[in-house]
Design a protein around this ligand. Structure first.
Ligand code: GLY
Length: 344
């Protein structure tokens, strides 16, 4: 595992007024001492998203607020193939979004197959906090969002999504591929077309532990590019795309949702941590379960990754394929902001 650590300056931190000195230094490969507060999130896009979460965590705010605010940044990005309304559509040309959120009490809220709503993560939170339900889907989720005051956005593809869709329509082949980034400076969420004619696609998942030691998580995506209409992935399903148990830890996934659902992925990670594995070992355990269920031929084209935090603020991740990055942000014992990226 390669670890690149970047230290950034932050003006006002809620952890005292120590001088923050930018520097680069090498780190141990695997064992990271527990940190609180801490936020980690999937892919390079997580670096930006973590900044939104950190504004809340550094003021000793609640992890739930942090994980919502963090992924809202990604949902609002204008040129993002994978998250929010600028993302690639389903095969009928509509962007459909899935999102879920969980808090420190084990409450969960989610939306699936929702259209024309800019911030599905916030609707998921409203489902959790304002309804007796866990998940709302499709037109019902949209109706609830509008009732809650969320604006109904235009039913129009972003320029980059329209371009990718027009290209895809030439063959209309459903050919999801493993997602990778950082091999040639490639960002997993940038509009793209791979050399084999396929398109990347993925999810932002974020988990955090706050200064009070409470955990929360969020997950938001447009699912797989050019998926069948009505397809729902792992992201809005508690225990598949996201799971939080405040006694144990939090885990979130990215990659081919069908494979994550079939092994109850993030629940598997949490249970593995409950039985003594550290976060990286637990993520590896779940990834190995996906690998075991598939032929070698099939697995070479599948990416599934998990990241996890335990109750003590230790963190880790694991992926089937190389080329998965996750972003990490915390303040260390000297109150330096550690804003780093792990490449698996
Ligand atoms: N992991 C996102 C999806 O499969 O929809």
């Amino acid at each position: 595992m390669i670890h690149r650590r970047r230290i950034l300056k932050w003006g006002t931190m809620g952890f005292g007024s120590m001088i923050i000195t930018p520097k680069i230094f090498s780190t141990p490969k695997k064992i990271i001492m527990g940190k609180k507060p801490l936020v980690i999130s999937t892919w390079d896009a997580g670096i930006n998203a973590n900044k939104g979460a950190w504004k809340i965590l550094r003021e000793k705010g609640r992890a739930l607020d942090a994980v919502e605010a963090g992924v809202m940044i990604t949902e609002a990005e204008k040129d993002n193939c994978c998250v929010g309304l600028s993302a690639y559509p389903d095969r009928d040309g509509h962007v459909t979004l899935d999102a879920s959120i969980m808090d420190e009490y084990g409450n969960a809220g989610s939306v699936a197959f929702i259209e024309r709503i800019k911030h599905p993560i916030s609707v998921a939170r409203r489902v959790m906090e304002k309804t007796p339900h866990v998940m709302l889907a499709g037109s019902g989720a949209q109706q609830f969002a509008v009732e809650q005051g969320f604006p109904l956005e235009e039913d129009k593809l972003s320029d980059s999504a329209q371009k990718a869709y027009d290209e895809w329509l030439k063959k209309s082949e459903y050919k999801p591929v493993k997602n990778i980034e950082n091999t040639k400076g490639q960002n997993a969420f940038a509009p793209n077309k791979l050399s084999n004619g396929s398109f990347n696609h993925d999810t932002i998942g974020m988990i955090a532990i706050d200064a009070q030691g409470n955990l929360s998580g969020s997950c938001t995506t447009s699912g797989l590019a050019f998926k069948m209409r009505g397809r729902v992935g792992d992201s809005p399903i508690p225990g598949a795309g996201l799971y939080v148990d405040n006694e144990v830890g939090a885990a979130v996934s990215t990659g081919v949702g069908e494979e994550v659902i079939k092994i109850c992925g993030t629940h598997t990670v949490i249970e593995a941590m409950r039985h003594g594995m550290n976060p990286e070992e637990a993520c590896k355990f779940a990834v190995e379960r996906v690998i075991k269920r598939n032929s070698a031929e099939k697995i070479k084209d599948i990416q599934v990754a998990f990241i996890a935090i335990d109750k003590n603020g230790n963190y880790g991740g694991y992926a089937i394929q190389k080329g998965f990055n996750y972003a990490v942000c915390y303040a260390d014992d000297y109150n330096e902001l550690i804003d780093s990226k792990y490449s698996l």
